[in-house]
Design a protein around this ligand. Structure first.
Ligand SMILES: Cc1cc2nc3c(=O)[nH]c(=O)nc-3n(C[C@H](O)[C@H](O)[C@H](O)COP(=O)(O)OP(=O)(O)OC[C@H]3O[C@@H](n4cnc5c(N)ncnc54)[C@H](O)[C@@H]3O)c2cc1C
Length: 386
């Protein structure tokens, strides 16, 4: 086991820190206040090649691994930014890479790598299905060379800032399949052609996160945009989940370390009762506790990332790392909020912005209850609740 970064990895971290330094607290504060998409930041990330590092060099990407991708996302969030505005491309692209035809890969991946095409939207969640993805009802019916899509999605993020959307649909209804995970397919929707046929209702949330409800009414998608085999889409999405968990978990860790950095500095400087508040164990210990928890979660995340790069399926490691990262980041958020006292609530200090952002990972991209159910049932073999 080797827990040291290579020289190249250290250089990646440094380069991402330099890029992020151009987008300071005022930038993120303004975007948050206006509920605006951080277009300039996403452009800069794309131009520097960080969003395409997981795309193989043969398709114009960086050809690096999950460890490097995790490092990029963690560094963005530790610097005070939010990678959520751009992260989805890193894992949705994996569905095309692993399950798309050679023709699809050649058509899309080089353009995604160069930034000409953004594949940032991922439509899975539906209002009536919730976490039970097998219950999705958005249907795609074959009509000649096209699929005709009807139904709707909820919480589809970055739709308005994406050229392509990976869409999960039922090509066979739930009632007509023997195994509930069968009959689900994955379509790549070209929003440059289809956007006008989709009704969009933006959803305001407690953090600056462009997310939407979508309605499809006879949306026509070329049949050649089916990824892999019809009816096998659920498996394709599942195979990308480990990557999604490792990447989003890295952002949670970045947030958590940001809180610890801010809180420990503030607690060392703020003097009340004639001494730094950080001398008081009631202030110091929760920060230290959160830091220890974050480091432990980070080690599990590195294990998951290394296993992924070795071609293994780190389902337990990736899920457990997500669980622990979201919890330790939330603990760090609360420790920072307490340390900053009243100033934590003010917009000026930035703690309240990250605090709002740190709540989401307990629920999305997968709620922690479902992670615990996975560990309890699939890893430990206890009775299934669903
Ligand atoms: C800001 C934001 C952005 C998002 N972006 C996207 C996106 O881009 N694409 C996308 O497809 N989705 C997206 N989502 C959706 C997100 O993945 C879901 O909200 C999440 O998976 C939970 O689903 P739900 O909200 O329907 O909750 P529900 O499934 O209704 O669950 C509600 C609560 O019940 C609990 N629960 C349900 N079943 C069980 C059980 N069997 N055992 C124990 N507890 C249970 C859950 O843990 C949860 O706490 C986003 C959500 C948000 C808020």
């Amino acid at each position: 086991m080797d827990f040291q970064f290579t020289e190249d990895q250290v250089a990646i971290k440094g380069a991402v820190e330099d890029l992020c330094a151009r987008f300071g607290e005022d930038y993120w504060k303004e975007k948050d206040a206006k509920a605006a998409y951080p277009e300039e930041f996403v452009d800069a990330l794309q131009r520097a090649g960080w969003l395409s590092i997981l795309i193989p060099e043969a398709y114009g990407g960086g050809g690096l691994g999950m460890v490097e991708a995790a490092l990029v996302l963690e560094t963005i969030n530790r610097s005070g930014g939010t990678a959520v505005s751009a992260h989805a491309q890193m894992y949705t692209m994996g569905t095309v890479l692993r399950h798309g035809s050679e023709e699809q890969k050649r058509r899309y991946l080089p353009k995604i790598a160069s930034g000409e095409l953004r594949l940032q939207a991922f439509g899975v969640t539906e209002p009536d299905a919730g976490t039970d993805t097998t219950r999705i009802r958005t249907s795609a019916v074959r009509d000649g060379d096209e699929y005709v899509v009807n139904g709707g999605k909820i919480f589809t993020s970055r739709f308005q800032h994406s050229d392509m959307m990976l869409l999960l649909v039922r090509t066979t209804p739930y009632e007509a399949v023997r195994k509930k995970t069968d009959g689900i397919s994955t379509l790549l929707v070209d929003l440059r052609e289809a956007r006008d046929q989709i009704e969009v209702r933006p959803i305001r949330t407690m953090q600056n996160h462009e997310t939407n409800q979508l309605f499809f009414n006879d949306l026509r998608v070329p049949a050649e945009n089916l990824i892999g085999e019809e009816g096998k889409g659920f498996r394709y999405i599942l195979s990308g989940m480990n990557a999604e968990r490792i990447l989003t978990c890295s952002e949670m860790l970045g947030d958590g370390f940001w809180f610890v950095d801010k809180a420990s500095k503030y607690a060392s400087e703020r003097v009340v009762f004639g001494r730094p508040i950080g001398m008081n164990q009631g202030v110091q210990f929760p920060i230290a506790q959160a830091y220890a928890q974050l480091e432990a979660a980070a080690v599990l995340r590195w294990k998951a990332a290394v296993m992924f790069d070795d071609g293994l399926q780190p389902a337990f490691e990736a899920n457990a790392a997500k669980l622990l990262a979201s919890q330790s980041s939330w603990a760090a958020a609360n420790a920072a909020m307490d340390a900053f006292g009243g100033y934590g609530m003010t917009v000026e200090y930035g703690i309240e912005r990250k605090f709002r952002e740190a709540r989401l990972p307990l629920v999305a991209p997968i709620s922690n209850n479902l992670v615990l159910a996975y560990i309890g049932q699939n890893v430990l073999g206890m009775p299934k609740s669903y």
